[in-house]
Design a binder for this molecule. Structure first.
Ligand code: FE
Ligand code: ZN
Ligand code: FE
Length: 163
């Protein structure tokens, strides 16, 4: 099937995001386990709960649009998570690993920010106000998660340098 309308593009990208978020819920527990700094662990735990809610919003979006979610793999997220896992194997427990985890997690957040900004805009253009609102809500959470990670990195990278 050719994606030849903004509506089809919206659905295609929502399916991609559903895969991305599902992959993230499976990976965050590993990050929680691997992190040393308690506030970093807490940030990942908080974002895991948020991510479950984000999957809920995607399901709501499919319902509002009257389409069924389809099985699809987000290869972008798969690659980002695979790089994160490489860094986990290259480091050992401590500040340097924490710094690497933050860097990996921020790659995830930026991919998501790009994707949610796009679907939010398509929904707006299609007068799907409720879908747009839901996607904006998730976009705001991803931005806040990214900002939190930047704050944590300032502290953690300083201890990583001293390590
Ligand atoms: Fe997310
Ligand atoms: Zn993707
Ligand atoms: Fe996220």
């Amino acid at each position: 099937m050719t994606v030849d309308t903004i509506e089809k593009l919206l659905v295609e990208e929502l399916n991609d995001l559903r895969s991305a978020e599902t992959q993230i819920t499976k990976t965050l527990p590993k990050l929680i386990e691997a992190a040393t700094a308690p506030d970093l662990k807490m940030a990942f735990e908080h974002h895991l709960k948020e991510t479950e809610g984000q999957i809920g919003r995607l399901e709501q979006a499919f319902e509002l649009l009257g389409v069924k979610a389809k099985s699809k793999t987000c290869d972008g997220m798969k690659g980002i998570l695979s790089e994160g896992s490489d860094m986990l194997h290259l480091t050992k427990t401590g500040e340097v690993r924490d710094a690497a985890l933050i860097s990996a997690a921020q790659r995830v957040e930026h991919y998501e920010m790009a994707a949610y900004g796009s679907v939010r805009s398509y929904a707006k253009q299609l007068n799907q106000g409720e879908v747009a609102r839901l996607m904006q809500e998730t976009l705001d959470e991803e931005k806040a998660a990214d900002k939190k990670l930047t704050e944590l990195s300032t502290k953690i990278n300083t201890s990583a340098k001293a390590a």
